[in-house]
Design a protein. Structure first.
Length: 471
């Protein structure tokens, strides 16, 4: 039986499209003409408009003057005007007044005060300087540099007039004699004729200087050693406006005195003795200051460099010691505050502040304390041992500090920034200063005393206290 299907290769069959045909393509090129560019600028014109207007002028006619009445008025007021002009010429009210832009910025030496009674066999230092409340009188005391035991020198307080141009300021116009070397001076804050001093023997003397012959109001000795500080403070009796006198001594005693110039009496009303807690030993006082805002509170720089915070209303009895006196003594110490590593040489409350006080010492450091924190809040380091400090009422933020090299430094208490130091070199070598006092009345006069008994008065411009250093 033959096979119905067999393999066979057949050629491909091409069927051309009946609706699509091949397209023909032709290449061609075209070119546009070169482009042309043109720039043109325009500017608007500036126009100004000006208007003018004339004002009608009016001619003022001088008023009619009755010359007879004018002459009568001038004749009537001329004597009074001349009288006032004469008063102004003699007045010293504007002696220190200068325009702000005309003030001289240089420190100027005004006077070098001479010592009327000089003792060449002894070497004297300036121990005390103080201005009267009006600034017209400067009191100066000098003390022997060394005392072998007891003081057998005669003391003198020299008074110099600062406000009389017709007198020779450099010479003493009055001298007050004291039984021993004077170690402290204090002028009355409101009565310019009252002056108090403390002596090496512990004697306190108060004078009335109203008359030509000075009258001694009183002199008493309740201290057994040299008086190191005296200060007039507000009366504790609020019914009395008269200040009382406070004195402090190296024997550790503080005495409050009442002074009555009318009756000529000096009376001790309160007595205190600084006494340690543990050893019952007396603490020798080297410097002292009463708080002007709270007079019952005071500070004492004691031997060893510490500070004793005290109050006058303390009733703490003394331990293991009785003082042979009709007055009762109390221990006023509230607290002992960290002090200096060396001898403390100065302490001062900041005026107008109940909380801030400043101290300095031979360790070349200034401490700023806060009473509320009972601690040192700021320290200022200097290069030389410090001899003392003072703060002016006119510039309560500025502490004036003098060192053993004779230089005077100014520091802002609140910021610790230094001000340019005072250049007080008058051609001589710098000597260590032993006393410094700023005039309370104007704060432009500064009295300095050195260890050779020389006293100079310098004029300090206010700008020295107002330009803190940027360094």
């Amino acid at each position: 039986m033959s096979k119905p299907f067999a393999s066979e290769d057949v050629d491909s069959v091409d069927c051309p499209s009946s609706w699509q045909s091949n397209r023909s393509c032709v290449e061609n090129a075209s070119q546009t003409a070169d482009l042309q560019f043109a720039d043109a600028g325009v500017q608007s014109t500036t126009t100004n408009s000006v208007e003018v207007q004339t004002n009608s002028t009016e001619t003022d006619q001088p008023p009619a003057i009755d010359e007879s009445k004018l002459a009568a008025w001038l004749n009537r007021i001329t004597p009074r005007v001349l009288e006032e002009l004469d008063k102004n010429q003699k007045s010293r009210v504007f002696d220190d007044y200068k325009l702000q832009n005309s003030e001289n910025s240089l420190v100027k030496l005004l006077y070098t005060l001479s010592l009327e009674k000089d003792h060449p066999q002894f070497k004297f230092i300036t121990s005390g300087i103080d201005w009267s409340c009006t600034g017209g009188v400067l009191a100066v005391s000098r003390c022997a540099k060394e005392h072998a035991s007891w003081c057998d020198h005669s003391g003198t307080v020299c008074l110099y007039q600062m406000n009389r141009p017709d007198s020779k300021v450099e010479n003493t116009f009055r001298s007050l004699d004291v039984s021993s070397c004077v170690t402290s001076l204090c002028a009355h804050p409101s009565d310019s004729f009252i002056l108090a001093c403390g002596a090496f023997s512990g004697e306190v003397t108060v004078w009335n200087l109203q008359r030509d012959d000075a009258t001694i109001i009183g002199n008493l000795t309740l201290h057994s050693e040299a008086v190191v500080h005296m200060q007039w403070i507000q009366n504790f009796d609020l019914t009395s406006m008269r200040p009382v006198l406070a004195s402090a001594s190296r024997d550790g005693t503080i005495v409050i005195w009442t002074v009555k110039s009318t009756t000529g009496t000096l009376k001790a009303t309160q007595c205190f003795l600084l006494q340690g807690e543990m050893d019952k030993l007396n603490l020798g006082i080297l410097c002292c200051t009463f708080n002007p805002s709270e007079p019952r509170m005071f500070l004492c720089g004691v031997e060893g460099g510490s500070l004793a915070l005290c109050r006058t209303d303390s009733k703490r009895p003394l331990l293991g010691k009785k003082i042979n006196s009709e007055l009762e003594y109390f221990n006023p110490i509230l607290n002992i505050i960290e002090g200096h590593k060396g001898t403390i040489t100065g302490v001062c409350w900041v005026p107008g502040s109940k909380n801030l006080f400043v101290s300095c010492g031979t360790d070349s450091v200034v401490h700023v304390y806060s009473f509320t924190e009972m601690n040192i809040i700021r320290k200022i380091h200097l290069s030389h041992p410090l001899c003392g400090l003072d703060i002016s009422l006119s510039h309560p933020d500025i502490a004036v500090i003098w060192d053993s090299s004779g230089h005077i430094h100014l520091y802002n208490i609140h910021s610790s920034k230094s001000l340019p130091p005072l250049d007080i070199n008058n051609g001589d070598r710098h000597l260590p200063l032993s006393a410094l006092r700023i005039q309370t009345a104007s704060a432009q006069l500064l009295a300095l005393g050195d260890v050779e008994g020389k006293v100079c008065v310098w004029q300090i411009p206010h700008s020295k206290f107002n330009n803190p250093s940027e360094s």
